[in-house]
Design a protein around this ligand. Structure first.
Ligand SMILES: *[C@@H]1O[C@H](CO)[C@@H](O)[C@H](O)[C@H]1NC(C)=O
Ligand SMILES: *[C@@H]1O[C@H](CO)[C@@H](O)[C@H](O)[C@H]1NC(C)=O
Length: 368
């Protein structure tokens, strides 16, 4: 009798201790959720049958352990550096088998290289997690989190989380402008196509809100016409491609507009727009000020601007990644990602509207 009571007491203690550990982890850092494309994919595509992957060296050459992880970078990517700023470990890809138990508290990364707002974007990559599926996985994640800490705690953790979504670039680069006379470019004039993508994007953001997201950083597209792949493919004189620049100049202001609309519909500053166009443009315009030797040539690749084909073990690789803005024909180096995140963290309202991440953290700290 006495000994079974003792056992019960011990297991009660074990439960108490593990609950205490869980809540201590909850206090440590808010959860972080990531949605979108290759700029923010932490390795989901490693688990899929797709050609859009970054799972062999030299990808990851500067990552801890010098190993490829599926990140489209020489080292850390934008979500990793945001995790550093909020004092959290990097988010695991949702498809990773390691994402279970207490790891769920950190959050999750649902992003998948190649996706866009539209379902027909990135079809050439075959098997990728389209944005609707990323949102369905987010629902599934919340059920798993409820199983761990209970439904009320799970809802609270999601409501208090930071969310990042990066979408839209592929709807131009890997759809409208993928080939001459693409289906979408025959169907729509550019301004009408942008309206359509924006209309669909607004539904995605509204759905994120319905699923409990309450602090969402939404990035615009960068200067898509300036990436080494487009310089190699479309530019004769080394200047940024004007058509893709026109697409960005139509898309970004309308994205800000739907963000403002959504915020007034929900009655609070849930959505925060990040002017990644300006953040990239600053260093593209003035490389030396940021310590870059080259902002036109990719570090890893081949052909003009190292912009042809993919970054593979057979490609040229620059010796000093800190002097290049582009790692591969489409994606920034860790150095460039750090410049972008420093603006996300402490930029003025020209870069982060209505507020930067350091203000978000301070405001939410007081609220929660
Ligand atoms: C994409 O496909 C999903 C699932 O079939 C559908 O619910 C959604 O409306 C589609 N999105 C667009 C923009 O067509
Ligand atoms: C952004 O962050 C810095 C702190 O790093 C702060 O001083 C500044 O006022 C913030 N700007 C805005 C517009 O919130």
């Amino acid at each position: 009798m006495a000994s079974s009571l003792f056992i019960i007491n011990i297991s009660y203690l074990v439960v108490l201790v593990s609950l205490a550990t869980l809540s201590r982890h909850c206090d440590a850092a808010r959860a972080f959720f990531v949605f979108g494309d290759s700029l923010v994919d932490n390795g989901n595509n490693n688990f899929l049958m797709t050609t859009a992957r970054a799972d062999s060296l030299p990808y990851g050459i500067d990552y801890p352990g010098h190993r490829p992880t599926g990140r489209f970078s020489n080292g850390l990517n934008i979500p990793d550096i945001i995790s550093e700023h909020i004092g959290a470990e990097p988010t695991l890809p949702y498809l990773s088998p390691e994402l279970q138990g207490e790891k769920l508290l950190v959050g999750a990364n649902f992003a998948s290289a190649g996706v866009g707002v539209l379902n027909d974007t990135g079809i050439q990559f075959v098997n990728i997690i389209r944005i609707g599926d990323q949102l369905r996985y987010f629902q599934q994640y919340q059920q798993r989190l409820s199983g761990l800490i209970g439904q009320d705690q799970a809802t609270q953790r999601v409501n208090q989380a930071l969310v990042l979504i990066t979408l839209g670039g592929n709807d131009f680069v890997n759809n409208y402008y993928l080939v001459p006379y693409s289906f979408r470019s025959r169907q729509f004039a550019l301004p009408d196509y942008v309206n359509y993508v924006i209309f669909e994007y607004k539904k995605v953001l509204a759905r994120l809100y319905e699923l409990g997201a309450r602090r969402v950083i939404v990035t615009g597209t960068g200067p898509m016409g300036c990436v080494p792949a487009e310089l190699a493919l479309r530019s004769r004189d080394g200047n940024c491609d004007t058509e893709l620049m026109r697409a960005a100049s139509l898309f970004n202001p309308q994205l800000v507009q739907i963000i403002n609309e959504l915020n007034s519909e929900v009655g609070s500053d849930v959505f925060v727009s990040a002017n990644t166009y300006q953040m990239h443009f600053d260093y593209l315009n003035n490389p030396q000020a940021f310590g870059f030797v080259s902002t036109k040539v990719a570090c890893c690749g081949q052909g003009p601007y190292n912009g042809i084909g993919l970054c593979t073990p057979a490609s040229n690789v620059c010796p000093d990644r800190n002097t290049y803005a582009f790692w591969d024909p489409f994606h920034p180096t860790e150095k460039a990602n750090r410049i972008i995140v420093s603006q996300i963290f402490s930029g003025t309202t020209d870069y982060m509207h209505p507020m930067n991440l350091s203000t978000i953290l301070a405001v939410d700290e007081m609220k929660n």
